[in-house]
Design a protein around this ligand. Structure first.
Ligand code: BGC
Length: 913
């Protein structure tokens, strides 16, 4: 039977549970059909009496009557395909406050004066005892936010399953609140006393807003002490309602079980101080007072991807450390916490859990590289059996040491915490080491997508470094649906842009001042995130809203870059970005030069290429948004910068005057060299790579693109040799050394498994969970599997695998907004019959590819013999001899052969004339 089905219907990119303050929530859907080439003839969305009919599928904004706050709206979708089949789907979304003023006030503890430096405040506990005016509750919603990070309970039951709410935002401008459906908690009779009195309690720790943050360990960055804002709305069966909000009738104390909680230092929990479900064990309750905040951010229903608990790890080994401590190896480096199941303990017994990414030579934890982060969980037990996991901190670790309990009395688990992101992509091939690399890249992402994109999860940073996500965004978007996560972060990028156009190096800057001296300064590649990240997101999801929102930011930023670049020199020199290298990061962490200052000295090359890249990308954005004059202007700027780079920094014949890998990679990848010089420049890069033993010599800006720079310009073999190299520095060296994530420094461990880097002037900047150089994963999707968008959202995409390196098989699947693309290719020994025997009787191999093209999309498939054809939606199988000229389609489905040159190529493959 012919089937049309609706596979996904989402509001604000959530299939379920969307609560939004967007007055025009966006709806998207995907469909599938077993009829090849099937199309949607008509799709009708209906919400609140408004209907939208058309064939679009992505980000259709609600345009009906104004939505009312606190309301659940059903959404229905009816789809008819070109063959006349029908399908329907339904979901709901709920509006948040939509600007409704909060009934209550911010409250805090008027007696708590937090003045200590470099530490976090003692967690506050707020309590409200309430007896609803009626028992028949139909619906109960709790709306809550805090300065600090909070967790609510009702009658002793935890509310919600998120961690670190309200999340990390630019608190001066943007603050999220959460909405909890607590109807069931009010209906459960459990611990309610005979008067029907319920107890609301909230613990508020310092988090990022009040606690210590940034390696300088500043605290009170956004508020002097913790504060809470909450509103409980009860709707009764009889149609009446009641609202209970934070005010002076709430109580507060600092004598709850959470004795210390700090993003870097960990958590101290004393179970002997637990307050009980209604807080009756608390002795120091006193009235809360209305608090005046330093900032008045807009407070919006959460719009990101909240942190939740994910994988649980059982230790793979248990050993004794040099000081008698028990060491557990979780088998995976990750960000999260431990969960302790204590079988037997006595009141007052103290268990100390320390965390580290690597062991030292004596078999104990190596915590040197955590710098000031104590990363310790301390738990004081009560009698008997109990469970504990920290809730207000996280650690980046693989190993833990435990003291204070007999190992026989405790079970230890690792619990990964990270933003709730839909996994949409996977890559696998015949080389197990590359599969491990893919896994390490995914874990690098999971460990650093912690409500904001961080650099690392373990030491005293964990900051929103812009340069790291600027290079990692493409592979993050291949593995995960990053829409909500990145849109949230970009709101803060916008909020924090300096008046002069520069973007802080970390967003939210949250206490990190650089470049304090020059507030208008634009920093190449790091600031570029404001242009590159929205563009990558748009390519992935096809929703131009992010481009519209960020367009003014991008323009201002590129203007600032242009200003700084043009400050020095005359003529062409004005397009070379010369500002002092100490203000840039340059070829950050390039392993071929040992010193930080040498990385930075390469900023003339990286910054100039960055200006080309941002202005070229901005031209594409302007084009999408219909600002053609702007597009022309930015293209002209990009051309001038490219010309200056090639004329002044190279010999004009494709050879750089100063040769290092990144100096070639950037102009090659960005098509800055004239077309006639591309191959020569690539050959020069290949020569450099070869003379470096096929090892990596690039820093942050070059690493993501080096394999493309080679493979796209006739150096496929060199690209594969580099990818598959196992000597240090290389991606597979880390794999060979047992890495389960991506390292910050390629030589993080020597062949003996020890860290050879001492105090090298980088302030012990050695992390084993730094995702940036995992950007290479993009090459695995886009070149090995060969999937690349031609039109945003993959409405049209290329499939052009570039086999090599002895791989005999690769497959990737990738869920686009329209459905899932699946590509799988094999190389087999051709048997004489199917290959048609070749005339010279050469040994021939057969390349076979199978692919699924989602409904509503089409693919331009290019086989290794360079023959191209269109593939409409459905399943396809093509093959060609690897030394033969022609591809042979085995499928019965109709496809139109197209000459490769005439077909639209992915945007990054268009050379400059
Ligand atoms: C961070 C990086 C970051 C860099 C820039 C480091 O400390 O961990 O990943 O981009 O600083 O200077």
């Amino acid at each position: 039977m012919v089937m049309l089905s609706i596979d996904r219907l989402a509001v604000e990119n959530l299939e379920h549970g969307c609560v939004s303050d967007n007055e025009h929530p966006r709806m998207s859907f995907s469909t599938s059909s077993d009829v090849p080439g099937e199309r949607i003839a008509q799709a009708t969305l209906s919400v609140n009496g408004w209907t939208h009919t058309g064939t679009e599928q992505i980000a259709i904004p609600y345009q009906g009557e104004p939505l009312q706050p606190f309301t659940v709206y059903p959404v229905t979708l009816e789809v008819t395909d070109a063959s006349g089949n029908h399908a329907s789907a339904a979901t709901t979304f709920e509006t948040g406050r939509l600007g409704t003023p909060w009934k209550g006030s911010w409250i805090s503890d008027p007696n708590y004066h937090f003045t200590a430096k470099k530490v976090s405040p003692t967690p506050m506990v707020f309590r409200k005892r309430l007896a609803p005016k009626q028992q028949h509750i139909k619906r109960a919603r709790l709306y809550a936010t805090a300065m600090g990070i909070y967790e609510f309970s009702i009658d002793g039951h935890r509310v919600g399953d998120q961690y670190f709410v309200p999340g990390f935002t630019s608190y001066a401008t943007n603050l999220q609140y959460q909405t909890y459906d607590v109807t069931d908690l009010f209906k459960a009779d459990g611990d309610v006393d005979e008067n029907g009195t319920h107890t609301l309690m909230a613990t508020v720790a310092g988090g990022w807003a009040v606690g210590s943050f940034v390696f300088t360990r500043k605290n009170r960055i956004s508020a002097d002490r913790q504060a809470l804002l909450a509103e409980l709305r009860l709707d009764f069966e009889d149609g009446t309602s009641e609202t209970i909000a934070t005010d002076e009738s709430w109580e507060v104390c600092e004598s709850g079980p959470y004795r210390m909680a700090d993003i870097y230092d960990g958590e101290t929990y004393d179970a002997t101080m637990e307050l009980g479900p209604d807080g009756q064990h608390g002795t120091q309750w006193h009235p809360a007072a209305v608090e005046t905040l330093r900032h008045s951010p807009s407070i919006t229903a959460d719009y990101g991807s909240p942190v939740r608990a994910h994988e649980i790890f059982d230790p793979v080994s248990r050993t004794k450390g040099p000081d008698g401590e028990t060491i557990y190896d979780m088998g995976q480096n990750f960000a999260g916490v431990v969960r302790l199941h204590i079988r037997k303990a006595h009141q007052g017994q103290r268990i100390i859990v320390r965390h580290a990414e690597i062991l030292n030579t004596k078999g104990g934890l190596n915590t040197t590289f955590l710098r000031t982060a104590k990363a310790t969980a301390t738990y004081t037990c009560v009698d008997g059996e109990q469970t504990y996991m920290p809730h207000f901190t996280y650690m980046g670790f693989r190993y833990v040491s435990i003291e204070g309990i007999d190992p026989a009395d405790i079970d230890v688990e690792g619990m990964a915490l990270y933003s709730d992101l839909r996994r949409i992509g996977d890559f696998e091939c015949s080389d197990a080491r590359l599969n491990q690399l893919q896994d390490n890249i995914v874990w690098g992402a999971k460990s650093n997508l912690m409500d904001i994109p961080t650099d690392c999860p373990q030491r005293d940073e964990r900051m929103g470094w812009t340069g790291d996500i600027a290079v990692f965004a493409p592979i993050a978007c291949a593995n995960f649906d990053m829409e909500r996560f990145l849109e949230k972060w970009l709101r803060d990028v916008k909020a924090e842009q300096h008046r002069g156009g520069g973007i802080p190096n970390t967003v939210p800057a949250q206490g990190y001042g650089f470049p304090a001296t020059m507030p208008t300064m634009a920093i190449d590649w790091w600031g570029d995130a404001c242009v590159l990240v929205p563009w990558v997101l748009y390519q992935a999801n096809g929703d131009a809203t992010v481009l519209e929102t960020m367009y003014p930011v991008m323009k201002k930023y590129v203007k600032a870059c242009r200003f700084w670049a043009g400050l020095v020199g005359f003529g062409r020199q004005r397009y070379i970005w010369h500002t002092p290298s100490s203000l840039h990061f340059g070829d950050w962490v390039a392993p071929d030069v040992p010193k930080m200052s040498q990385w930075q000295q390469r900023s003339k090359w990286t910054a100039t290429a960055s200006l080309n890249n941002t202005s070229r990308t901005l031209a594409k954005v302007a084009h999408v948004l219909g600002h053609q004059e702007d597009a022309d202007r930015y293209n002209a700027l990009a051309d001038k910068v490219a010309d200056a780079y090639c004329t002044l920094l190279s010999d004009g014949k494709g050879r750089m005057k100063s040769e290092f890998q990144t100096a070639y990679v950037l102009p090659l990848y960005l098509h800055m060299f004239p077309r006639r010089l591309q191959a020569t420049a690539a050959a020069n890069l290949a020569r450099l790579v070869k003379s470096n033993g096929y090892r990596i010599g690039t820093g942050f800006p070059g690493t993501p693109y080096i394999l493309f720079a080679l493979a796209d310009n006739g150096q496929v073999d060199t690209a594969y040799r580099m990818l598959l190299n196992t000597s240090c520095p290389s991606w597979l060296y880390e794999v060979k050394m047992g890495a389960t994530t991506i390292w910050e420094r390629w030589d993080g461990l020597d062949e003996n498994g020890e860290c050879p880097i001492g105090d090298d002037g980088t302030d012990l900047m050695i992390s084993y969970n730094h995702y940036a150089s995992g950007a290479v994963g993009d090459f695995m999707y886009r070149r090995i599997a060969g999937i690349e968008p031609i039109e945003a959202g993959y409405r049209r995409f290329a499939v052009h695998p570039v086999p090599g390196g002895g791989l005999t098989y690769a497959q990737a699947q990738f869920t686009t907004p329209y459905g899932t693309i699946h590509v799988e290719w094999h190389i087999d020994e051709a048997d004489a019959e199917t290959s048609g025997e070749n005339a010279n009787n050469e040994h021939q191999q057969q390349f076979t590819i199978e692919l699924d093209v989602p409904m509503g999309t089409s693919a331009l498939v290019t086989l290794p013999d360079e023959s191209s054809r269109n593939a409409e939606s459905g399943h396809h199988r093509f093959s060609c001899g690897l030394t033969d000229e022609t591809a042979e389609e085995i499928t019965e489905q109709a496809t139109d052969a197209v000459p490769a040159a005439a077909a639209t190529q992915p945007e990054n493959q268009q050379p400059r004339d």
